[in-house]
Design a binder for this molecule. Structure first.
Ligand code: NAP
Length: 319
């Protein structure tokens, strides 16, 4: 089969399409024939050697959707031919065939496309964990999804809307903001406009927001603290550098800044998260948005695009 392999740290050009042996499932494992593969920013950080260094050569990725090709001994939940999505793999996801543990694999409802299925793993599980496990929302609260036009943001808007929150989402382009509105945000702002945080205060009648899901904390964290309501929580989902904040802004508000990484979710947490995501797909509150589909051989281009401004849902690779 063909797979993307990385032999050294470097730029997008180190993603090489190569011929490798087909994977075979051992006991408890599943091989998925991939129809679409999700590209996440984290895979660019790992490739560039900034995060979670891998042993070379490796195949990047964790998220995909397709059809079960074969199962190992003892696998009970899946049979060849089942439509599934993956959230985690044994040997990487940027490949025609993906080796997974049974626990990495989840059913994909018939009305959800494979490309949409590839948008689920990291973005939806992250949005779910950030919202439910870290922010712990109450219906009626107001949330600012700060960076709502990308993979995690669109997921968070759909979830927050379904949970009965008043949702403010931001996007950096007109197209991205239209997308955020389509996902159910009550109000949409431009995070490049000079006065947009004043608009947050106007929209909340001077109270501020109860929750902020922050996609770019190194740019926004200090300002976030100024638009937070009393007992507000900022959840740091994305961050690409350092920032100076004024801790005094947290004091009068009894405010919390809470970090999160999906990697801290336990197996038990992940079972619960994916049970909720499958239910959300079935009842159609969760509707993954695919903005761009590229052939697997264009993985280097996908790694450039995923870091460029102008996010529009998810970028997926098609083998
Ligand atoms: P993505 O699809 O590339 O989306 C990036 C988002 O950030 C877009 O909505 C983009 O908006 C927005 N953004 C750009 N400039 C911004 C600004 N100044 N203020 C607010 N938002 C801004 O990426 P993603 O997959 O959604 O991931 C988002 C971030 O979370 C990434 O940094 C990623 O590494 C991180 N992440 C963390 C975890 C975790 O476990 N903690 C898991 C998944 C992702 P425009 O392009 O419209 O400007």
């Amino acid at each position: 089969m063909k797979a993307i392999r990385v032999h050294q740290v470097g730029g997008p050009e180190v993603l090489k399409l190569e011929e490798v042996p087909d994977p075979r499932p051992a006991a408890g494992q599943v091989v998925v024939s991939a129809r679409a593969i999700g590209v996440n920013p984290v895979e660019t950080y790992v490739r560039a050697g900034k995060y979670n260094q891998k042993v070379f050569p490796y195949t990047p990725g964790a998220d995909a959707a397709g059809v079960v090709e074969s199962v190992g001994a003892g696998v009970k939940k899946f049979r060849p031919g089942d439509r599934v999505y993956t959230a985690g793999t044994v040997g990487g996801a940027y490949a025609e065939k993906i080796l997974c543990a049974e626990a990495h694999v989840h059913p994909l409802p018939a009305h959800v496309s494979f490309a949409q299925g590839a948008a689920l793993g990291v973005p939806y599980a992250t949005a779910y964990r950030a919202l439910y496990d870290r922010a712990v929302p109450k219906a009626g609260e107001t949330i600012l999804v700060h960076g709502a036009s990308g993979g995690v943001g669109t997921a968070a808007v759909q979830m927050a809307r379904a949970a009965g929150l008043t949702v403010i989402g931001t996007g950096g382009t007109e197209r991205g903001r239209a997308l955020v509105a389509e996902q159910g945000a009550h109000h949409v702002l431009d995070h490049r406009a000079p006065d947009y945080l004043q608009q947050v205060m106007t929209l909340t009648e001077g109270r501020g927001v109860d929750i902020i899901l922050e996609m770019l904390a190194n740019v926004n964290l200090d300002k976030d603290l100024t638009v937070l309501a009393k007992r507000g929580r900022v959840i740091v989902v994305g961050n690409r550098g350092r920032i100076e904040i004024d801790p005094r802004a947290t004091m009068a508000r009894d405010a919390d800044v809470r970090g999160m990484t999906l990697m801290n979710a336990t197996d038990d947490d992940l079972r619960g998260i994916h049970a909720a995501l499958v239910a959300g797909l079935e009842n159609r509150t969760l509707r993954p948005v695919v903005g761009k589909e590229l052939p697997l051989s264009d993985a280097p281009r996908a790694h450039e695009l995923v870091l460029e401004p102008g996010a529009y849902g998810k970028i997926v690779l098609v083998p």
